[in-house]
Design a protein around this ligand. Structure first.
Ligand code: ZN
Length: 63
């Protein structure tokens, strides 16, 4: 289960999914902090098994 790279929450909404080379990519929106990121999951066993790309950080909360 992917986790938000901004706040660590698992409460995520998948926005869309597509394939990129060896990876299955899912764009998520975090329901907790509102951050958007992509989760790359390797489907072939080559390279990194999975990683995250941060798209849009959480909106500034205190400033
Ligand atoms: Zn979050």
């Amino acid at each position: 289960m992917p986790r938000c790279p901004y706040c660590g929450s698992e409460d995520l909404t998948p926005i869309k999914t597509w394939r990129f080379r060896f990876y299955e990519v899912t764009r998520y929106k975090c329901n907790k902090c509102g951050g958007i990121f992509q989760h790359y999951r390797n489907t072939t066993g080559r390279g990194k098994p999975e990683f995250y790309i941060r798209i849009k950080p959480k909106p500034s909360s205190t400033r």
